[in-house]
Design a protein around this ligand. Structure first.
Ligand code: GUN
Length: 300
């Protein structure tokens, strides 16, 4: 069997188009322009690229983008003061503090200072608790993107065996909560899981989010399973020339795509969905802040 390739790039474009339509509707009918504030502390090159892409895509869908770039030696008090200003600014509907923060800043403290209603990353402890208890919340962008792709591929997820490999707060845990809410039978596997290959082979839905290049082999995949690869790992590619690298996922694509029913590639799978879902969360936050109906198909 050769798996269907799930085109995350194309899917993300449809999500952005839906966001743009809703933003235009909000502007026309309410005079509201959703605004997203992104805070970057320090000069981590990868973070700078992410932040630039976020800003560009925010403007492309018709929303306002506010970028706050602070020096690496910014104090916690200064950062908290900025977050407080953004919390009370009615033009800002979403706030994202780019992670990782420099070591001298306490990420948990900073994230939990964001107004939960503006926490478009879904990392605030209140949003984590609301998601865990099945209440309306802001849902972390990467798991939300994975859920959208799974529903698009499979329709109802009810009763399916889902295995999430990885237990991070950003992906693994919220992903498991979302799958449980869609009535999957959910297993979270991780580095200490016994017989992990056997556990993975039971999965109708296999979500890989461990950050280990090509750890999950085709022999771990149940024939016909839907495989979502969240990993983005840069590895050496001597075949391309000395010093060259390439991106690979947490799944060994060449072997897994021979067994799976459908699979996301890396790059071009989950990656593009994350920013698209950030934009979706921002428009959702703007609707909620104004007591308006939420956009259809853009929430969990
Ligand atoms: N750094 C890498 N991914 C993310 C993300 O999804 N949100 C934030 N805030 N920082 C990140």
């Amino acid at each position: 069997m050769t798996a269907r390739i799930i085109d995350g790039k194309a899917f993300a474009a449809t999500v952005r188009a839906k966001v743009a339509t809703h933003v235009a509707h909000l502007k026309e009918t309410q005079g509201i322009i959703p605004g997203l504030a992104v805070v970057l502390v320090g000069e981590d090159p990868a973070s700078q690229v992410y932040v630039r892409n976020k800003g560009k895509q925010t403007v492309e869908v018709g929303m306002n983008s506010y970028e706050h770039k602070l020096p690496a030696d910014t104090s916690e008090a200064e950062l908290l003061a900025l977050i407080e200003r953004l919390n009370t600014d009615p033009a800002v509907h979403g706030i994202l503090v780019q992670l990782p923060l420099p070591d001298h800043l306490d990420s948990d403290l900073v994230i939990n200072a964001i107004d939960p209603a503006k926490d478009v990353d879904g990392f605030h402890i209140s949003n984590v608790g609301l998601l865990g208890t099945g209440q309306k919340s802001m849902v972390p962008c990467t798991p939300l993107g994975c859920l959208m792709m799974l529903r698009d591929q499979l329709g109802s997820l009810s009763g399916l065996n889902a295995v999430v490999v990885g237990r991070s707060n950003i992906v693994g845990k919220p992903m498991a909560q979302l799958l449980l809410r869609d009535s999957c039978t959910v297993t979270i596997a991780h580095s200490r899981t016994k017989d992990i290959e056997e556990v993975c082979r039971r999965a109708d839905i296999l979500v890989a989010a461990v950050g280990r290049p090509e750890m999950i082999k085709g022999s771990w995949v149940k024939p016909g399973a839907t495989v979502i690869d969240v990993g983005i790992n840069r590895v050496a590619a001597p075949d391309k020339g000395a010093g060259k690298t390439r991106l690979v996922g947490d799944v060994e694509f060449a072997t897994a795509s021979e067994v799976a029913g459908a699979i996301t590639p890396v790059p071009g799978g989950v990656g593009p969905m994350t920013i698209a879902c950030l934009l979706a969360n921002t428009v959702t936050a703007a609707c909620r802040a104004n007591g308006l109906p939420e956009p259809e198909g853009l929430t969990a």
